[in-house]
Write a protein that binds this ligand. Structure first.
Ligand code: SAH
Length: 354
């Protein structure tokens, strides 16, 4: 039994079953025993290797895409550059290096990082030496300026509520206790919200839908700032246009594990419902685009060829494998999707289409 299992059992025995969303949030962010609080989540020893950890090309291309959108919108000065969930800070470091020669971009930029894990804040500080990022716990702390934002594998880490349809009613998935063990079950009382009612049209009895209120709140906030002050957001994640089915996954040491067995020791994610995200943002949004397609449009192949000129031996093998991993449909190219948010009066950022 993990330390967090004991905390959860105590909490549930005092307060009754907790929503799956609360369980996910506690597993990831508990101040002592949470996954992001205690584990080394990145790299070969961690549970996942994200796109920016795979190759510098990812952050470089996103940086140039964002900077082009900044230029297309008249080079607003000053502006906020924000990353949601920066991990080790690699994406931002690559983005900043690639944009360092873009006239006026760094001079006009105020760098903000939104990060819940104190452990990762320390790594970000080290990786971004020479810049002076400000860390915020609430997006309400952002200054009212044009907002250029990136998020890679951030929204999939936010908790989801899960509901199963019985007849025409929706029942929420909860974590309770049976025989001294954590057990998943549905709330007997139905949940009634307009968002669930709307899903009666495109689902059948037995179907599961997921809703992430935090994703929707963040989309509303950044979308509003982009629409009123200019800017753009580039969002990369697992997911689809509309959520259907149980997509919550637990991964430990590169293996899928049961959600309830090792709370705090496994990474928990859910696919992003990009339709719900886009609809909460009161600005324009692009079509959802597979990551591989988008990176090709942004010029990953010529960039890969240019970098390859200075490599040999194992380094070039690794570089070719990284290019393939980021773009190939059998690897990250198709299962990861990209969405851009931008002002209704502006053109979409390069590579994105409406
Ligand atoms: N973007 C990075 C890291 C992805 S992992 C990369 O691509 O490598 C998810 C990141 O989001 C981590 O930095 C994690 O600590 C952060 N995070 C997760 N939940 C969060 C929350 N509720 N608020 C702020 N940051 C969060």
């Amino acid at each position: 039994m993990t330390d967090l299992t004991k905390v959860l059992l105590r909490r549930i025995s005092q307060n009754g079953p907790m929503a799956l969303a609360e369980f996910i949030e506690t597993c990831l962010l508990h101040p002592v025993h949470g996954y992001y609080t205690q584990q080394n989540v990145f790299g070969a020893s961690g549970d996942f290797v994200t796109a920016p950890e795979t190759s510098q090309m990812f952050g470089e291309l996103l940086g140039l895409c964002l900077a082009q959108s900044w230029q297309d919108q008249g080079c607003p000065d000053p502006f906020v550059l924000l990353e949601l969930g920066p991990g080790r800070g690699s994406l931002m470091a690559d983005l900043l290096r690639a944009t360092s020669r873009i006239n006026g971009f760094h001079q006009a930029m105020h760098l903000y990082l939104y990060e819940a894990s104190k452990k990762l804040v320390d790594q970000q500080r080290k990786n971004l030496t020479g810049y002076e990022p400000l860390w915020i716990d609430s997006l309400a702390d952002l200054p009212n300026l044009p907002l250029f934002c990136i998020a890679n594998e951030f929204f999939d880490a936010l908790p989801v509520h899960q509901y199963q349809r019985k007849g025409n009613a929706w029942h929420e998935q909860q974590v309770g206790i049976s025989d001294g063990q954590l057990l998943m079950g549905l709330n007997k009382n139905p949940s009634v919200t307009p968002q669930l009612q709307a899903r009666i049209e495109d689902t059948a009895a037995g179907d599961i839908v997921e809703i992430s209120p935090q994703t929707q709140a963040i989309a509303a906030q950044i979308g509003n700032q982009i629409e009123s002050h200019k800017g753009a957001a580039l969002i990369f994640d697992y997911g689809d246009w509309r959520s259907l089915g149980d997509t919550v996954q637990a991964v430990k040491n590169h293996q899928y594990v049961d959600l309830l067995t090792t709370p705090g020791e496994a990474d928990l994610t859910a696919h992003v419902d990009f339709e719900a995200l886009a609809h909460c943002a009161p600005c324009a949004h692009s079509r959802l685009t597979p990551q591989g397609v988008l990176l090709e449009r942004l010029g990953i192949t010529p960039r890969a060829q240019a970098l390859a000129k200075n490599l040999s031996g194992p380094a070039i093998e690794q570089h070719i494998a990284a290019h393939r991993r980021l773009t190939h449909p059998d690897e990250m190219g198709k299962v990861f999707k990209a969405l851009a948010l931008f002002p209704k009066a502006a053109a979409p950022p390069p590579g994105f289409q409406t």
